[in-house]
Design a protein around this ligand. Structure first.
Ligand code: SF4
Ligand code: SF4
Ligand code: SF4
Length: 462
């Protein structure tokens, strides 16, 4: 066996077992993959990836459906697979063990920090584009008032964790209310609050003056710009009523942001009809941004596609597109967004209520930007106003039966299946496609140290 990617040291310490007795089987937290040339095993608790010999692979495969005594496995020289919990005692209960480790992780993290470290703020739900797929479609647009912005600042000062915090500007199109962003940032700075910010934007309104403001006042270090593939697909989908906002304008604005040192990640939304133009988009993006070290892109299925049984085909097509550029100069643009393996203690904002909050334009809180209705449990003036709902949302994530038997549970957490509106019945099949891609394109440089990765999902996967 050869370690291709080491696991998280803290989690290895928690799960390793010096001595195992009795009959044993394959752990339910192991994903096996044979591509005809190499054989891989991934432990989804620690994130470790190993390359197996044929003998080791055959043993693990056989232990999926049958038992073997621990002493026989040791006498064959495979004790390390027992110590690292690829092979476990027949009485090992994955679900219980998972819950115990999760509790330890959460205690370790709460001990480190108190208060919120991340605030996602929607200065407006208005937008200058008209995407047919917009989740805001049908909502009456609302923009934050200066009075509410003052309350947001007070709330942040009252509830923030020690040290630097992260602000994320989301909408609608947050730059439609760039004055509110500047107002909040200026007030935080005047109160001595240290922060860095990120923005999720369509990029169309980013002028030279705004970039200067963004860098110096918002302390912007990351922008996620949503795009829709090649020029014709982009312009059709964004459907800006003001025709001055074109594909070229947005691409130029991306360069403008990158030139000022902001890291730009393009999220290219794909569905069954624009995926055929994705290659043309790759070519253009590479021509424009190939020279930049701070521009990357990833491909994501549109939310509406997630509920269709064609999602696995779309998902596979996305991986095939990544494959197409793998090993070519264009590869440097790709940030495939396959999360680094290993256990997470949260999936997104929904189950990170102790460390992050989403603030709507009226100052109310939610913990899922795609489920604003019925998820408002408080506001910046009164704090928690609906204790019952707050507790229900905080503790209400249940472990789905399918997840409790799935090797990907430590990576998905219970949240993905039990509450996320963007999940689907093909989550396992999509996870397999992602994981096979991950194993076959492992970059050791992607590995984070324990200090850099405390198990919290920093980016919202939705
Ligand atoms: S750019 Fe974003 S917020 Fe604006 S209409 Fe499109 S999806 Fe909605
Ligand atoms: S959400 Fe799907 S892939 Fe993830 S653990 Fe549950 S069943 Fe498995
Ligand atoms: S990942 Fe799902 S549950 Fe979490 S914020 Fe996004 S849509 Fe909501």
């Amino acid at each position: 066996m050869m370690i291709l990617r080491p696991g998280m040291a803290n989690l290895e310490k928690v799960i390793s077992k010096k001595h195992v007795e009795g009959m044993c089987r394959l752990s339910g937290f192991v994903f096996l993959h044979d591509n005809g040339k190499k054989r891989f095993a991934k432990h989804t608790i620690t994130g470790e990836v190993i390359e197996l010999t044929q003998k080791e692979y055959d043993l693990l495969l056989s232990l999926k459906d049958s038992l073997q005594p621990a002493d026989k496995i040791c006498s064959m020289g495979f004790d390390v697979l027992l110590n690292k919990r690829y092979i476990v005692s027949e009485n090992y209960v994955e679900k219980d063990h998972y819950n115990d480790i999760l509790a330890i992780l959460r205690i370790m993290r709460t001990g480190k920090n108190r208060g919120f470290s991340k605030y996602t703020i929607l200065p407006t739900t208005a937008c200058n584009a008209r995407c047919a797929y917009c989740f805001e479609y049908g909502f009456v647009p609302e923009t934050m008032t200066y009075e509410t912005a003052d309350r947001v600042v007070d709330y942040i000062i009252k509830t923030k964790t020690d040290g630097k915090i992260r602000l994320e500007w989301f909408g609608g199109e947050p730059t439609v209310a760039s004055d509110i962003i500047s107002y909040i940032c200026n007030r935080l700075t005047s109160k001595g609050v240290e922060f860095a910010s990120a923005i999720v934007t369509n990029g169309s309104l980013i002028s030279a003056e705004m970039v200067e403001e963004a860098v110096n006042v918002w302390h912007l270090n990351k922008a996620q710009v949503s795009v829709d593939g090649k020029r014709a697909d982009y312009e059709l989908r964004k459907a800006y009523p003001d025709k001055r906002f074109t594909y070229d304008v947005v691409m130029d604005n991306i360069a403008r942001l990158a030139d000022s040192g902001v890291r730009v990640v393009m999220r290219c939304n794909l569905d069954r009809s624009n995926i055929s133009g994705a290659e043309e988009f790759f070519d253009d993006a590479y021509e424009r941004f190939g020279k930049y070290e701070n521009v990357r892109m990833y491909l994501a299925p549109l939310h509406q596609e997630m509920k269709l049984d064609s999602i696995t085909t779309l998902h596979q097509s996305i991986m095939d597109l990544y494959d197409l550029v793998a090993g070519t100069p264009k590869d440097k643009l790709i940030d495939a967004r396959i999360p680094r393996g290993g256990m997470r203690y949260n999936y997104c904002f929904y189950d990170a209520m102790d460390s992050a909050v989403i603030i709507m334009p009226d100052g109310s809180f939610t913990n899922c930007e795609n489920l604003p209705a019925g998820h408002n449990w408080g506001n910046v003036v009164d704090g928690v106003t609906d204790k019952e709902l707050y507790e229900k949302l905080r503790k209400g994530v249940y472990l789905d039966d399918k997840c409790s038997k799935c090797c990907f549970l430590p990576e998905c957490t219970a949240t993905r299946k039990s509450v996320c509106p963007v999940t689907n019945d093909w989550c396992y099949e999509c996870k397999v496609i992602d994981t096979v891609y991950e194993l076959e394109h492992l970059k050791i440089s992607d590995v984070k140290t324990d200090d850099e990765d405390d198990g919290q999902n920093e980016d919202d996967p939705c």
